[in-house]
Each structure stands twice: as C-alpha cells, then as structure tokens.
Design a protein around this ligand. Structure first.
Ligand code: AMP
Ligand code: ZN
Length: 115
C-alpha cells in the first residue's frame, strides 16, 4: 500500500509501526490516544489516507460509515456503549494530524465546553 512517507497514522494502519489495536474492520482501525482526554479516548482511522472527514465522506462514504460503526463497537467493548465522536477539522479546530481520525470519547459524563 502506498502512503505519505511522513504520515504516522498511515504507518499505524499499515502495520509498519506497531500500535495496540483495540478494534478493526475492513476499512478502519482503532487505537488508544497517546494523550487521553477522557477515561475512554480511542482514535478511529481509515486504513487509507484521507486528510479530513469531508474529503473522506466525498471520496468513500462507505468507509466513513465503517469508521462510525467501529467507533460504536469500541465504545461497547470498552465501556457502556455511550460515546462522543469528534473530528477536529482544520488547525483552528485543533486538527494536528492530517490523516482523518475520529476521537471516540467516553467513560464518564462528558462536559460540553470545548472553548
Ligand atoms: P487532532 O489534534 O484532532 O489532530 O488529534 C490528533 C491526536 O493524535 C491527538 O489527540 C494526539 O494525542 C494523538 N496522537 C499523536 N501521536 C500519537 C501516537 N503516537 N499514538 C496515539 N495517539 C497519538
Ligand atoms: Zn495517512
């Protein structure tokens, strides 16, 4: 599989760099965020490289659907099944890695103050 040489998440998805997967399906893989912001904080990423969620939605809507299905499976496996799914899109919104990833957050009653 070809992928940007400098993309960390591509190297996780391809297995070139090892990461503990907490779930996967044909389109997507899930692993724990290195800097968790909640008791459950897992990233779900497509196996193929897309920069952000809108690009993925336009190109491969079924892969985005599979990503959301994986997020729910992780939330059920790791907790009570409730979760928040966040896609930071663009630097002002906090995106720092330009391989699309959904943050699966849960494990406690979540606040609502991203500001
Ligand atoms: P964002 O800021 O929305 O682009 O999210 C990127 C996320 O990737 C952050 O929450 C980081 O903590 C996480 N992250 C960065 N490097 C790693 C890594 N090596 N393993 C797991 N998560 C990582
Ligand atoms: Zn990538």
């Amino acid at each position: 599989m070809s992928f940007p040489l400098d993309c960390l998440f591509c190297s996780f998805a391809s297995g070139e760099k090892s990461v503990d997967l907490v779930g996967q399906n044909g389109s997507a893989v899930a692993f724990r965020d290195i800097n968790p912001q909640a008791p459950l904080h897992v990233l779900v990423i497509p196996r193929e490289h897309y920069a952000d969620v809108a690009t993925l939605a336009g190109a491969e809507p079924q892969v985005l659907a599979d990503l959301v299905t994986l997020a729910q499976e992780v939330a059920l496996d790791q907790g009570d099944g409730d979760y928040r799914l966040v896609f930071n899109s663009g630097p002002t919104a906090g995106q720092s890695v330009y391989h699309v990833h959904g943050h699966v957050l849960g494990g406690k009653r979540l606040g609502w103050t991203p500001a």
